[in-house]
Every structure is written in structure tokens, then in C-alpha cells.
Design a protein around this ligand. Structure first.
Ligand code: Z57
Length: 838
């Protein structure tokens, strides 16, 4: 590439002004892509053609920054973050990149010039749903903040051909549809057919003596798969830094085909190809629940191996020795899904790069950080030893060796404490043997963190207690955050404009500055404008609800919203019990002066999670009855919004009055939807769980509707013996609600349909809905009272937004950078490529 003079530019200026781009240039570029990329004349262009042309026009503006950023990845002294995650729930790119380039208005005008409405194009974009829920979305927010803070970083993951399924609702039940997100092509990715690595599976190992007389292990696999890099540029907000997300697609290795081909086994060769490509075919649709399938372990190892090989190649490209690898890279393990990386890096260093064990272990232990995202026992990953040995025989040897050395150290510190040693071991040996991935991650990392204060404290006292006692200095908290670019500026332009009109736009990068809004909470004119923005957002959502469900809702009613994955611990059915309670009040007293509410639910259930799917059916069944009962007279509406995803989330959060964050205390590690709602001016009804605790701390107890048991109380009551039935028997309203569901009232007279749900509440109630019921209902009554005083409510909403600064992912990423990764910003200097670049 021809390099001309290097030129420093003002990073606060937009692309348009920086490169002298004008609207005319933008229009020309747009039309060129329409013609040369899509092969269309303006008159015959479809919506997709226009979208593609717009996407390429915007992408062109990213590439100059991208090449300059990537150039610095292999500059000595620039430490790079490698963020390993099995999921990245990015959401649509076009609007976000326009925001970060600061050319939103210009592109809007350019598209109007070709006779196409920008919103139609934004709606047309298929989102990359390469994640399930909170964990995947967090990874996406973190990529945005890393780039915005000018931290050199690469996200590494899997390019699933099919992401999270599309949800349809038929007869009230969830139906899963394949997510064919690549059907119309993906203008945001750049395939790198020359960036490939081989990944081995299966086979066996054998010992041998190397030239120096050292004992080594040689792994002879029975399968080899190739990973191919697909890169997506990740631009920061109004900066030159444009990082990349590198996703791996699995392909067959040709040499393997030939072996079969030569003996005439054409079918076998094709089978091999199909088999290899299976690895990156589909995202496992489970959130917080493991399936234990071999293909899932194959996916994990596949992307981890490709990513580590890639980082090693980049490291060697700067000419430094691998013993300094941890000085050039900081690698974060997003949950245990990539934790086989600990064994794989050891294998690469020791077996492939002939490093001695102790040096390799030093490098490994200093390069990794591990983030834990859950305390739920069913979500803690363990792999049956058999399965692990068959797929990754060499890694099992390495894990045994790590374990042997580790437990020797433990025995010195805790002599004769066999119970503790058994708990710390990387291998679970009670009954069937398992590899414990969290233990592997802990032993192989320099830093371990939880995702909210309460969660980190619980980690230290429960699931990772033994590790905390061993290495207290490794533990820290990093409360989650979300990016205000996507979750405020892009999704809530009305609110953004209003805030800008009073305090400017500095808050978009320094969210703490929202504090300056506090003084407007008492300003009548401001409150009226605030209410108008909220009403506008509610009207827009009402239109979308009508389009998607056929249900018409009243924008003047309170929008009470719970959107998140469906899980018993998140207690969507507690919300349903409240709805049924309100309904019973109306049936008992048809003239009741009740605050009109629209209760909106949304979220996907894991396809194999029976109870979660039954909860969806219950919501829809209750909705059917309540929405059609003339006695209700618009005082209560229930909606299940189908196919909740990033795209619909962007229209839902801004329209909420009330945010439901009602998990059993101690079960939700952090939550991030809670932050998105509050940033958009919704008030929270919630338990003292996850980040709710800190949100309440920030916005003030007066501006948060708290109910329910604390995590401590939950644990105590459980240990003393919890009896849900006695609560049911002693609370008439609760009994009436449960009985109505159990009677078949919502299931056309069929008492069996919801019996599993009712029975699980009456006889187990693992998540203590009954214990929290009355406190929840009372709290909801306080919510309704508060909403009647619309000025007071708006004041509280403004204060919520004003005090959300802490929950920017920029704050979270700054903490990771300083305390875990030890990386600092690298200002990307733009290079003038002369005629090469527009
Ligand atoms: C997932 O989305 C989360 C944790 C997991 O262990 C898995 Br698997 C998937 C979520 C937590 O449930 C949320 O509480 C948290 O906010 C989010 O991860 C991001 O940390």
C-alpha cells in the first residue's frame, strides 16, 4: 500500500468535515454503489438495493480508520485486548455506525435524495443475532466502549450461519424459526480467506523423546477443520479507532477430502466437508442452562484455537519472543465458554512452540482474565471426562498436569484438608467424572471478576469461595454497563435531542454529565417536553404492537414492561400473578377506579426449556382472556411482544414507564436491561438483586420501587425449610389468582394445561414467588399511586436518567483496562493514502 505523508487530524470533527466529504460526495458514493455493487439503476432499485448501497457507503467511511487502527495492532508497545466470547449480540450496524461517524443527518438526507426513507432502510437490516441474551449483548456493548475509549482490541468469536432463532407465537406457544441472517448477504463483514488456521480434533496422543532428550507428547488427531476469519469493523464514537470483531467460520481441510476421494469414496469426502462445516452452523439457543453436547465443546475449542493462533501470529509479527506474549496481549474469557483456552495456550506454547512448561505457565497465567456471569448451579459448565478425552485427548493430559501441580501447591497450604482439595480440583470425581471449566478458568487466570457488587460478594462466599480464600487478590468486581450510543442516542432520538437542548452532547462520552439534568427536574417546561417525548415513544411502540400482534393499546396507560429471556428465576410468572390479581379486582368490582396499565412481556425461551415455554403460553392465555373481557374496559391490557431482539429492544426501552426487574434476590448476576430502561426514563420495580442494588443506590431509594426478600433472607428461609403452601393457604388474593390459573379459566376450561406451573409453585417454588407475592403487589399499588401524579412521576424519571452515569459501559471498560488488562488508549493517527483513498 502506498503510504504518503502521515497527518494528525482533529478527532472531534466528523468524517464529512475531516475528509472534506460533502453531501454531494455522499450522494455520489451512494449512487456508485447502487450501480457498481448492486448493479441497479435508480429506478429499478429495491429497498434492499438501497439498504446495501447505504451500508457500503457508510462502510467505506469506516475503512480508512480501520486500516490505520489495525496497523497499530502490530506496533511494539501497544497492548491489545483479545475479548473471547462465544456470543456477540451486536444488533443492526447501519444506524450505529452512522451515529459513531456522526453522519446521521447527512445520510438521512442522502437517502431522501434517492427517494428512500432512511427509517425504512434501518428497519430492513437483518440483525446479527449471534447471542442469546445479556452475556452476548454485554460483549457487544464492550466492543463499542473499547473502540470509543481508543483501546486496541479484537473481539473473537464464531460466525454462526444461523444465530438465535426467530420467535413466532402460534396459538400462544413459542415456535422457533431458523435465523437466516446471511440470506441477503452481509455488507458489514470482510472475509479473509488468507487468514486461516487448522484445528485438530479427536485421535490419540503418544509420548516420545525430543532431540534434547525431553519427554514430549505428540497428538495425532483423527479430524482437522479449518477456521476462516470474517472481520467486522467496530468503530468508536467520534474517534479514529476502528477495532475489529474477528469471527471464525469452519470449513473442511481439502487434503482430508483427497484421501477419501482417491479410494473412490466421493460420498465420504463430501460427508467430511458437511461435518466440518457443522461446527459454525448454529448458535446453541440456551441462556443460563447447559446442554452438554459434543458439538458445543467443538465450537468452543474451534474458536479458541483459531483465536489464540491468530494472536500468536500477530505477536510473532512484531518480532518479539513468545515469553513476552502476556505483555502484548490481555485476553478476557467471557464466562467459561472459552476457558479451554487455558489448556490450548499451554499446548500451543509447549507442543508447537517448544517452550518449557514453567515459562508457558507463567505466560498463560498472566495473560488471561476470567469473568463469571452466573451463580446458577445449572449454568456452571462441566464436561464429562469421557467426552473431553475423546475430543481433546492432549488437552486432558495438559489439564491433568496443571491440576497435579496446582493441587500439590494447595496441599502445602491446606495439609490434610481433603474435602477442600476435592472442591478445588479441576476434575469433579464424585460419581461420573467431569472437567470443571470454572476451576480451569480460575487456576489459569490472573484476575477473576463478577459483574455486579452483590454478585461478586456472593461469588466470594459461595461458588468460588475456595478460590477466593486461596487467592483473594485475584478477585474484583466490575459492575456491568451498557453503551449510551446505541441505547440512548440511536434508540431514543427524541430524548437525546431534548437532553442536548439543555446540557449539550458531552454526556454521550461522559455519561456522568447527565447529572446536570437534575436541576431540570423541577422545571415545568422541561417536564412537559419530557412527557411529550415519552408519549411519542409510546405511540410508536403502540403502532408496532398493533402491527405485530393485532392488539391495540392505549398510549395514555402506564406501559409496564418486562423484556428479557424467559426463565423461572426471572419470574415472569410473578408478574402474571400480579396481572391476574388486578384482573380479579376488576371482576370483583367492575366500577373500580384503577390506573390503566398495559403490561408488556417479551423474550425467548430456550427451545428445550419446557417451563419457560409454558410461561409464554400462560402470558398469551391470560392476555387473550383479559383483553377480550368487556368488564375490563381498557383498564388492563396484556401483550406478549414476539421475537424480542436488539432491533425491537431499541423501540421498546424508550417507551417504558415501568421496568420490571423482579428476579429472586441472589439469582440475577447483574442484569443490563435494567440499565437500558432506567437510562430511557423508566422507573424500576425491582428486588435487591444484581445491579438493581447499585441502580437504587445511584438514583436514590425514593426513585426506585423496592420489594421482596433480600439474598440473605432467601438463603436463610431456604435453609430453615420453605413452605410455599402455607403462604398460599394464608393469602386469599394469592390463592384466588393461583386457583384461577389452575381452574382452567385461562385455558378454555382445561385444568391440566398450567398444572405443571401451578404445582411447581405450590410444592417447590424454587424461586420463592409466593414469598415475595404480597410485597410485590403492595409495591405495584404504590407504583400506580405514584403514576397518578404525573408531575411527580416525571421528576422521578428525570432523576433516574440524570443519575445513570455509572452504568455506561465506558465506565466498566475503563475499570477493566486499569485494573485487569493494564492497557491504555492508543490514539490512532490517520494516514493520508493519497489517491488510494477517497
Ligand atoms: C447470560 O446471558 C448471563 C449469564 C450466563 O451465565 C449466561 Br450462560 C448467559 C447473563 C446474566 O444472567 C445477567 O445477569 C448478566 O447481566 C449478563 O449475563 C451479563 O453479565
Amino acid at each position: 500500500m502506498a503510504q504518503r505523508k502521515s497527518k494528525k487530524t482533529n478527532s472531534n470533527k466528523t468524517d464529512c468535515s475531516r475528509t472534506g466529504m460533502t453531501l454531494i460526495d455522499l450522494n455520489r458514493c451512494f449512487n456508485e454503489h447502487l450501480f457498481y455493487t448492486q448493479g441497479r439503476l435508480p429506478l429499478s432499485a429495491t429497498l434492499n438495493d438501497h439498504y446495501m448501497a447505504a451500508a457500503y457507503t457508510v462502510r467505506d467511511r469506516l475503512l480508512h480508520r480501520w486500516v490505520c487502527t489495525v496497523r497499530d495492532f502490530i506496533r511494539e508497545g501497544v497492548k491489545v485486548v483479545g475479548y473471547l466470547s462465544a456470543e456477540f449480540l451486536l444488533g443492526p450496524h447501519l444506524g450505529n455506525n452512522m451515529i459513531n461517524l456522526d453522519i446521521f443527518d447527512e445520510v438521512r438526507e442522502a437517502s431522501e435524495n434517492v427517494g428512500r426513507n432512511l427509517d425504512a432502510m434501518l428497519d430492513h437490516e437483518e440483525e446479527p443475532g449471534l447471542g442469546n441474551g445479556g452475556l452476548g449483548r454485554l460483549a457487544a456493548c464492550y466492543l463499542d466502549s473499547l473502540a470509543t475509549l481508543e483501546i486496541p482490541a479484537i473481539g473473537y468469536g464464531i460466525r454462526y450461519e444461523f444465530g438465535i432463532f426467530d420467535q413466532e407465537i402460534r396459538d400462544g406457544w413459542q415456535v422457533e424459526k431458523t435465523d437466516k441472517w446471511l440470506r441477503l448477504g452481509n455488507p458489514w463483514e470482510i472475509p479473509r480467506p488468507e487468514v486461516t488456521y487448522e484445528v485438530k480434533f479427536g485421535g490419540h496422543t503418544a509420548g516420545y523423546c525430543d532431540d534434547g532428550g525431553c519427554y514430549r507428547s505428540r497428538w495425532t488427531p483423527d479430524r482437522v477443520v479449518r477456521g476462516i476469519a470474517y472481520d467486522t469493523p467496530i468503530l468508536g464514537y467520534k474517534v479514529n479507532t476502528c477495532n475489529m470483531l474477528r469471527l471464525w467460520k469452519a470449513e473442511a481441510v481439502e487434503s482430508f477430502d483427497f484421501a477419501s476421494f482417491n479410494v473412490g469414496n466421493y460420498y465420504g469426502a463430501v460427508h467430511e466437508k458437511v461435518y466440518s462445516e457443522n461446527i459454525s452452523k448454529v448458535l446453541y439457543p440456551n441462556d443460563e442452562q447447559i446442554q452438554g453436547k459434543q458439538l458445543r465443546l467443538e465450537q468452543q475449542y474451534f474458536f479458541v484455537s483459531c483465536s489464540l493462533q491468530d494472536m500468536i501470529r500477530l505477536h510473532l509479527a512484531i518480532g518479539k519472543s513468545l515469553e513476552y506474549f502476556h505483555e502484548e496481549f490481555a485476553i478476557q474469557l467471557n464466562d467459561t465458554h472459552p476457558s479451554v483456552a487455558v489448556a490450548e495456550l499451554m499446548r500451543l506454547l509447549v507442543d508447537e512452540h517448544h517452550m518449557d512448561w514453567d515459562t508457558a505457565w507463567h505466560v498463560t497465567r498472566n495473560v488471561f482474565g476470567y469473568t463469571n456471569h452466573t451463580l446458577l448451579p445449572e449454568a456452571l459448565e462441566r464436561w464429562p471426562l469421557r467426552l473431553f478425552a475423546n475430543l481433546l485427548p492432549r488437552h486432558l493430559e495438559i489439564i491433568f498436569e496443571i491440576n497435579r501441580r496446582f493441587l500439590d501447591e494447595v496441599r502445602v497450604i491446606y495439609p490434610d484438608d481433603e474435602a477442600r482439595i476435592a472442591r478445588l480440583s479441576l476434575i469433579d470425581e464424585q460419581g461420573e467424572r467431569y472437567v470443571r471449566m470454572a476451576n480451569l478458568a480460575c487456576v489459569g487466570s490472573r484476575a477473576i471478576n463478577g459483574v455486579a457488587k452483590l454478585h461478586t460478594e456472593l461469588l466470594k462466599t459461595t461458588v468460588l469461595k475456595d478460590f477466593y480464600e486461596l487467592w483473594p487478590e485475584k478477585f474484583s468486581n466490575k459492575t456491568n454497563g451498557v453503551t449510551p450510543r446505541r441505547w440512548m442516542v440511536l434508540s431514543n432520538p427524541g430524548l437525546t435531542r431534548l437532553i442536548r437542548s439543555r446540557i449539550g452532547g458531552g454526556w454521550i462520552k461522559k455519561l456522568d454529565r447527565l447529572k446536570r439534568l437534575e436541576s431540570y427536574a423541577g422545571d415545568d417546561a422541561f417536564r412537559r417536553e419530557w412527557q411529550a417525548v415519552k408519549t411519542g415513544n409510546k405511540q410508536a411502540l403502540a403502532a408496532l404492537i398493533l402491527e405485530r400482534t393485532g392488539i391495540s393499546v392505549n398510549p395514555d396507560s402506564m406501559f409496564d414492561i418486562q423484556v428479557k429471556r424467559i426463565h423461572e428465576y426471572k419470574r415472569q410468572h410473578l408478574n402474571v400473578l400480579h396481572v391476574v390479581t388486578l384482573y380479579n379486582r376488576l371482576r370483583r368490582n367492575p366500577g373500580l377506579d384503577m390506573l390503566p396499565r398495559t403490561v408488556i412481556f417479551g423474550g425467548k425461551a430456550a427451545p428445550s426449556y419446557y417451563m419457560a415455554k409454558l410461561i409464554i403460553k400462560l402470558i398469551n392465555s391470560v392476555a387473550d382472556v383479559v383483553n377480550h373481557d368487556p368488564a375490563v374496559r381498557n383498564r388492563l391490557k396484556v401483550v406478549f411482544f414476539p421475537d424480542f431482539n436488539v432491533k425491537s429492544a431499541q423501540k421498546i426501552y424508550p417507551a417504558a414507564d415501568l421496568s420490571e426487574q423482579i428476579s429472586t434476590a441472589g439469582k440475577e448476576a447483574s442484569g443490563t436491561g435494567n440499565m437500558k430502561f432506567s437510562m430511557n426514563g423508566a422507573l424500576t420495580i425491582g428486588t435487591l438483586d444484581g445491579a438493581n442494588v447499585e441502580i437504587r443506590e445511584e438514583v436514590g431509594a425514593d426513585n426506585f420501587f423496592l420489594f421482596g426478600l433480600t439474598a440473605e433472607e432467601v438463603a436463610r428461609i431456604k435453609s430453615e425449610g420453605y413452605d410455599p403452601r402455607s403462604i398460599y393457604l394464608s393469602n386469599p388474593d394469592l390463592r384466588e389468582a393461583i386457583d384461577l390459573i389452575g381452574s382452567g379459566f385461562f385455558s378454555r376450561g382445561d385444568p391440566d394445561l398450567f398444572k405443571p406451573l401451578v404445582d411447581s409453585l405450590l410444592y417447590q417454588d424454587e424461586y420463592m414467588l409466593l414469598a415475595d407475592y404480597q410485597s410485590y403487589v403492595d409495591c405495584q399499588d404504590r407504583v400506580s399511586e405514584a403514576y397518578r401524579d404525573r408531575d411527580r412521576w416525571t421528576r422521578m424519571a428525570i432523576l433516574n436518567v440524570a443519575r445513570m452515569g455509572k452504568f455506561s459501559s465506558d465506565r466498566a471498560i475503563r475499570e477493566y483496562c486499569r485494573e485487569i488488562w493494564r492497557v491504555s488508549p492508543n490514539t490512532v493517527e490517520m494516514e493520508d493514502f493519497g489517491d488510494l483513498v477517497r
